[in-house]
Design a protein around this ligand. Structure first.
Ligand code: NAI
Length: 333
């Protein structure tokens, strides 16, 4: 009894880490394709039992329908988020969906702080200036984090790791969560109060119908002038047009984005030789106080090792019909 898995959208680091841990999972056979999964590539799954996909996959209704026709029984998400998967349809068709819920909250939280610091202290610009023998300090003014207030929106695993980091910087930490965690050392407040009091706002809640565009014209207005906003969660949390309007109005000291609304077709691709067909990213990058990275919060050695192990363990749990909390569809194995 073994499971044959096709890894879609595989990058060199995926192959490196998954091949390394595969020796501990003799019941699994894995193959890689750099093609991402969408309607045109779903047919590649023919002959496999399971597929493995990432945050940028299209696992909407049509793709799930196609996977069922190719007798796929299991979708392994090698990530925490699953807003791109039609779980309902997968469940109806008896396809189990499993994920990796908390591989390394610190990896993402540390990137959130790196973005906050880069956006604040302009280290990305300072580096380029020094390389060009420009040792002047113009355009590099920042603000202290010490003694300021950090507002954490979504106080789950990553939000709490970010709260710890902020405390280490000597910041006061406040937060908002729909489901408050009494064990989190966070002073909870309603969302509008957190927005009003925070000097640094970091987003860490999942993208759902409820959180979609939670940062919009109205919520931006209730923020402090000169706030620093960081999003390492999902692009859809922020209504980008309203963010751009807010940046133009001078609301933000700095903005750091690891995720953005239109990342779908771009993320993880080298498009440096191409003419981009949308302008939102170009507009964001035209602002001197915006720093963007390409959904790399997860990208540490520790996180990748943990993702690889948990993903393959999920496959074995499925194969051996073991209950797993990482299963999202509650299909009968
Ligand atoms: P988690 O499930 O531990 O925490 C999420 C928190 O959000 C929970 O405390 C939950 O109660 C809260 N929440 C849910 N609905 C809410 C609402 N309507 N309003 C306010 N809070 C709400 O998840 P974790 O591991 O902390 O991850 C958070 C998010 O980070 C993921 O959903 C994912 O989108 C993103 N992520 C980004 C990565 C990157 O590479 N940039 C990597 C991994 C995750």
């Amino acid at each position: 009894m073994y499971l044959k898995i096709l890894f879609y959208g595989a990058k060199s680091y995926d192959e490196q880490f998954f091949k390394h841990v595969l020796k501990d999972y003799p019941k699994l056979e894995i193959h890689f394709t750099d093609a991402n999964i969408h309607e045109e590539t779903a047919a590649l799954a023919e002959g496999f039992d399971a597929i493995c996909a990432f945050v940028n996959a299209d696992l909407g209704t049509n793709v799930i329908n196609q996977l069922a026709k190719h007798h796929i029984r299991l979708i392994l998400m090698r990530c925490a988020g699953f807003n791109n998967v039609d779980l309902k349809r997968a469940g109806e068709l008896g396809i189990a969906v499993m994920r990796v819920p908390g591989y390394s909250p610190e990896a993402v939280a540390e990137h959130a702080m790196a973005l906050a610091l880069t956006a604040n202290r302009h280290t990305h610009k300072a580096y380029i200036k020094c390389r060009e023998n420009d040792f002047s300090l113009s355009g590099l003014m920042g603000v202290n984090f010490y003694g300021k207030t950090a507002g954490i929106i979504g106080t789950g695993k990553i939000g709490q790791a970010m709260a710890n980091i902020c405390r280490g910087f000597g910041m006061r930490v406040i937060g908002y969560d729909k489901y408050e965690n009494p064990e989190a050392k966070i002073q909870y407040m309603p969302l509008d109060k957190v927005l009003k009091e925070s000097d640094l706002i970091s987003l860490h809640c999942p993208l759902t119908e409820e959180t979609h565009h939670m940062i919009n014209k109205q919520t931006i207005q209730s923020m402090k002038n000169g706030v620093i906003l960081v999003n390492t969660s999902r692009g859809g949390l922020i209504k980008t047009e309203d963010l751009i309007e807010g940046i133009r109005a001078g609301k933000f000291f700095a903005v750091g984005l690891d995720v953005y609304e239109e990342e779908g077709p771009y993320v993880y691709e080298d498009l440096s030789e191409q003419i981009l067909q949308t302008s939102t990213m170009a507009r964001l990058l035209s602002f001197p106080n915006v720093t963007v990275t390409s959904h790399q919060g997860f990208l540490t050695v520790e996180a990748m090792e943990s993702i690889a192990r948990t993903t393959l363990q999920n496959a074995v749990d499925f194969l051996e019909k073991r209950h797993s909390d990482n299963e999202l569809t509650h299909c009968h194995f």
